[in-house]
Design a protein around this ligand. Structure first.
Ligand SMILES: Nc1nc2c(ncn2[C@@H]2O[C@H](COP(=O)(O)OP(=O)(O)O)[C@@H](O)[C@H]2O)c(=O)[nH]1
Ligand SMILES: [Mg+2]
Length: 326
């Protein structure tokens, strides 16, 4: 890798060079302009990979399950990308790094690429950066990209929105947690996995989920399946992969996938536009003396912040009706 321009690295990455892929991902994670350039070049190659999100409480066995899923996908001849997102850990933190080392040792397979992301303060926002990392792995030819994320906050819900199929992992003994589980997390589940099914109470949790799902208003959406796994031994994982495949088939029926792609594109474009606008506004607040003065007026209670915000927008981004006939 002597030529380290985005164009050269993209070429190497497309040829399967792991160091080139790693370098591009680092650019992306650090919100470097080279990363954007690489993403631009890679974009036309995206859209091939199936994206599977795996979320659930810490310790529920997600990483172990993801390892097993990856092995099973390899058995079925598919190349695999794994993105592990743990927003609570610093990039050098033990757990996440441990996961990465463990997984890479476990596989040593050129058709598996593992990336751990751990930055609360990802510059572009965690969900957006994760989406970009997924796009890179998609573009370089991974057939399936598995994203592991800790299911707690909105950022994680946003991340799994990137997925075609979202798996919510629960474990025996989570009865109360199931009741309290955020409605948002329940709504995003395409499949429920009761992991640690070797422990007592697995059927009980499954029954509770079933009960909860039966209370949900009947809608056009497909009711999620509930499967049991033992990630440590791999029991139930082949069935899980089959269920993921079936969900993919379902998505491909009746153009659901087209709608998904369209929605994902809409989110991406709006998020990028929002970021750019936001950065411009930040700059205006210092670079335009009249804006700076307006801010002082608000601080001194001479102007209210609502009128001030409107004045700034009116000056720089006046409202006009959308162009319908460009
Ligand atoms: N008994 C049992 N333990 C499991 C199973 N799957 C994972 N574990 C263990 O649960 C712990 C947490 O697993 P990990 O994959 O790191 O969970 P994560 O935090 O959700 O990624 C580890 O000690 C695993 O060995 C399972 O099916 N049965
Ligand atoms: Mg984990």
């Amino acid at each position: 890798l002597t030529d380290k321009t985005p164009a050269a690295l993209v070429e190497h990455a497309l040829a399967g060079n792991r160091r080139a892929i790693g370098r591009i991902l680092t650019w992306v994670e650090n919100a470097r302009p080279e990363g954007i350039e690489a993403l631009r070049l890679l974009y036309p190659r995206t859209g091939h990979a199936r994206i599977v999100g795996v979320t659930g409480a810490p310790g529920s066995g997600k990483s172990t399950l993801v390892n097993r899923l990856a092995l099973e996908e390899r058995k079925r001849g598919r190349s695999v990308g794994i993105v592990a997102v743990d927003p609570s850990s610093p990039i050098s933190g033990g757990a996440v790094l441990g996961d990465r080392v463990r997984m890479e040792e476990l596989f040593g397979d050129p058709e598996i690429f593992v990336r751990s992301m751990a930055s609360r303060d990802a510059l572009g926002g965690l969900a957006e950066t994760t989406g970009q990392v997924i796009s890179v792995l998609d573009a370089v030819g991974k057939d399936i990209v598995i994203v592991e994320t800790v299911g707690v906050g909105q950022a994680e819900v946003d991340i799994v929105q990137e997925a075609h199929t979202t798996i919510v992992v629960v474990i025996p003994g989570m009865g109360d947690d199931i009741q309290a589980m955020k409605a948002g997390l329940m709504e995003i589940a395409d499949l429920f996995v009761v992991n640690k099914a070797d422990r007592p109470g697995a059927d009980n949790v499954a029954a509770q989920i079933r009960q909860m799902l039966s209370l949900a208003p009947a809608s056009a959406a497909r009711r999620p399946l509930i499967l049991k796994t033992e990630a440590t031994t791999g029991k139930g994982v082949a069935e899980l992969v089959t269920a993921i495949d079936e969900h993919w088939t379902y998505l491909n029926e009746e153009r659901r996938l087209d709608r998904y792609q369209n929605e994902r594109a809409r989110r991406q474009v709006l998020a990028l536009a929002r970021d750019t606008l936001s950065a411009r506004l930040e700059r205006l607040s210092t670079d335009d003396p009249s804006v700076a003065r307006l801010i002082e007026d608000v601080a001194d209670k001479r102007v209210d912040p609502y009128s001030a915000a409107e004045q700034v927008l009116e000056k720089y981004f006046p409202v006009r009706s959308p162009d319908r006939n460009p």
